[in-house]
Design a protein around this ligand. Structure first.
Ligand code: ARG
Length: 252
């Protein structure tokens, strides 16, 4: 009897060994996944910002979903806003995503995917400012973030000598609070975030420019452009993009 039992046990062990040593049929482990690099400027809440060492925001979340669609792992590369397009052109990053406005000038340098969001250039002033509208900006000192549309347009409209360009939007806000500039021109959602974080500032009712945000891809890399567009289409259709945006921006 004992012998039979131990035989059964041995057989069971062998069976188990065979079954258990079989590799589970999982997908490619993460370490082997292709990495796709996103160039951004993570000082632009709620689109991209840092929380400790982690990158967060609408663009980061959308890019994470796009990477998943492409079977790749997202790597965020933080840089000056002004360097993103060059970095895309030189292939240091695979795409640029930074609440970046589609403009004719930029279209000469990179390709843009379909647009995933709308941006509005607005004017931030101190609550007690005598600047009431866009005309009130004439002859005033305007703070901007270097290389942004707000920076480029205001230099055109109000004169280069009247515009002070900062490396970060937040630095322009500090300058505004310190009285170094009279107004800051920046995109509406970061504007709201900055005004919420800083007392005594307000956003003018008049909108300066209405724009489309899209992802910048190297001219030659039309394959990636098509893939990202297909992913954007899917993520729009299934509601993922709306859900991500709603996570960061409450509907008014
Ligand atoms: N929408 C503006 C532009 O394209 C500003 C974007 C700034 N983005 C950023 N992540 N700092 O010029």
């Amino acid at each position: 009897m004992k012998k039979v039992l131990s035989l059964i046990l041995a057989a069971a062990l062998i069976l188990c060994f065979a079954a258990c040593s079989q590799q589970p049929a999982t997908e490619t482990p993460d370490a082997n996944a292709t990495v796709i690099k996103m160039g951004t400027n993570a000082a632009f809440p709620p689109y991209e910002f840092k929380e400790g060492e982690a990158f967060k925001g609408i663009d980061v979340d959308i890019a994470t979903e796009i990477a998943k669609e492409l079977g790749a792992k997202l790597e965020v590369v933080d840089m000056e806003f002004d360097s993103i397009i060059t970095s895309v052109q030189q292939g240091e990053v695979d795409f640029g995503m930074a609440g970046m406005t589609v403009t004719d000038e930029r279209k000469l340098e990179v390709n843009f995917t379909s647009s995933y969001a709308t941006g509005v250039q607005v004017v931030i002033v101190p609550e007690d400012s005598d600047i009431k509208d866009l005309d009130g900006l004439e002859g005033k000192k305007i703070g901007t973030q270097l290389g942004t549309t707000g920076d480029i347009y205001s230099k055109d409209d109000y004169g280069e000598e009247n515009v002070v360009s900062y490396s970060k939007g937040a630095d322009a806000i500090i300058a505004l609070k310190g009285g170094d500039v009279d107004a800051v021109i920046i995109d509406n959602e970061p504007a709201k975030a900055f005004v919420a974080q800083n007392e005594g500032l307000k956003i003018l009712e008049t909108e300066y420019a209405i724009e489309d945000y899209a992802i910048a891809v190297k001219k030659e890399n039309t394959e990636l452009l098509d893939k990202i567009n297909a992913a954007l289409e899917k993520l729009t259709a299934d509601g993922t993009i709306d859900k991500i945006i709603a996570n960061y921006i409450s509907a008014e």
